[in-house]
Design a protein around this ligand. Sequence first.
Ligand code: HEC
Length: 129
Amino acid sequence: MKKGLTVIFIVIVIVLGYIAVHALNAPVKLSAAQLGKQLIHSNKKGIDCFACHKIGKKGGSVGPNLSKEAALKHSIKWLEVQIATPSKNFKPGSTVKIDGKSYMAIMPDHKMLSKKELFELASYLDSLK
Ligand code: HEC
């Protein structure tokens, strides 16, 4: 009888150990903002943002610095539209004032990006404070 209990105990320990190891190895689910961060730093076709925008120390200054984009309090929808078709927000070729600085509105469309990618990029920008 005692031997039987020992066997059961050992089986339970093995099963719990198995579950624990698998729980630790389970893939971490990334938020939309985290996926957007991965995407914007990727070499994917159509991801050219750093050619004109700075985030942190990286990027150019043809367009506004996006390091604190969330402070401008645009909606996710507005940001998605801005990325896909900026001409809906700013008249192309006009001079626009963003966060106190003037820019020529020349941001290109990004129609090749999927809805999911636009949402991820917008969520990432909306997380930058
Ligand atoms: C060729 C340069 C260029 C590229 C490439 C570019 N942008 Fe822009 N972006 C601009 C300029 C210039 C503006 C100013 C408004 C406009 O042109 O629509 C702007 C404006 C923005 C704004 C609005 C900022 C605000 O709050 O008013 C966002 C957000 C933005 N860009 C995100 C992106 C993202 C994300 C990408 C990459 C997918 C990207 N841009 C690629 C030049 C660029």
